[in-house]
Design a protein around this ligand. Sequence first.
Ligand SMILES: [Mn+2]
Length: 428
Amino acid sequence: MTVRFLHAADIHLGNRQYGRQEREDDFARSFREMISTAVQQRVDFVLLAGDLFHKRTVEAHSFVQAAHLLDQLKQAGIAALAIEGNHERPYYSEGLSWLDGLATLGLLRVLTGEYHGGELTLDPYSDRYNRGAYIDIKGVRVYGQRYSGATTSRIISDLAGALASQQRQESSDRPAFSILMLHAGLEDVLDHYSGTVQRHELDGLRPYIDYVALGHIHKPYEQDSWLYNPGSLENNSADEAQWEERGYYLVEVEPGPPPAHRADLRRSLRRPYLRHRFTVDAYETPVALEQALHTELIPLKSDEQPILDLVLTGILGFGREHLDLASIQRIAEELVRPLLCQVQDRTRAGLFEIRTDASMTRREMEHQILVEILESDARHRTHAESWAEAALHIKDLALGRQPPEAIIAELERLLGATEGVDEEPERC
Ligand SMILES: [Mn+2]
């Protein structure tokens, strides 16, 4: 008999990203789409491999959303099985997590093995006590183990031991296909992640487990038709948007013997995320830069209210103080009509090296430095020498204790003399 299930993880309900209600609604919408797929596809059960909720202190609104959607599974006769992720561990002083709350309402089952007297024990799930490490559904066994951070490696080795002794005890009626849900990441998939294990540590589970249903790392990956990690449903950060093909697995199992399965990764429903890189090198004035940006952004106009990440890169052809990020953001918002736009300034100022040497007088050195600073802005390049001289002349007047009125008058005379020589004199 074919058994079918849906495997998802890292749903992060209640993630009010960027402080926006619309984003919280997006996470719920993504979960709703996943639930309706499970119902349409008439799967036998749904696996939630950790981080159903974004925070361990869930808003009542998110809890009601989750309860309502899980109830749709229940009405369709589909079992929901979950494990606790790192985002939803209860504080030690509290007994029940919000996941346990859903279990108490009969909307899902939270699986985990527990330590008794230093030994990891795997008990069958009890609907009376709402606890247990595994459950059998249509000849498929599903184990679950909650997130355990730095002790993950030890727990996996204890799990292998517990599974081995369980198998010795019940050799005849052991289900032909076994699944293990773990909220743990494989090392080397992403840098700087806690709660990761090495592949060889997981391999100890291989004799007992036919499908490892992972969660935790938001990037999708699978190995050897054995380890499966679907990634997050929605984008929790800009980085996640680059992993287009991710969402949840629809899996078909022929329990065998010999056991066989096929897992299809389905793309989840997500708000479009546009990341546009704009290179500033070619523009010598702010006006030219904004005109070019305008031309580049017009084709990105969208009716879907995407999230827009505008990244400015390259070497600026003018002084940084003239780069008006607020104006750039206004242009982007007007043209693309995103839900929100973030402008990231990764431009570098024009690189220059002051070419001085030991034989220069102090005066010559000051002149040279001023010239090179002025030359770094393409608009002032042609008149850098005269601007540098003017600056030094004003400095002399100030050091000579000239009255401020005289200095201002001289400055006005100098500005008048050079007016019109630069492209944008009012900006200097
Ligand atoms: Mn997560």
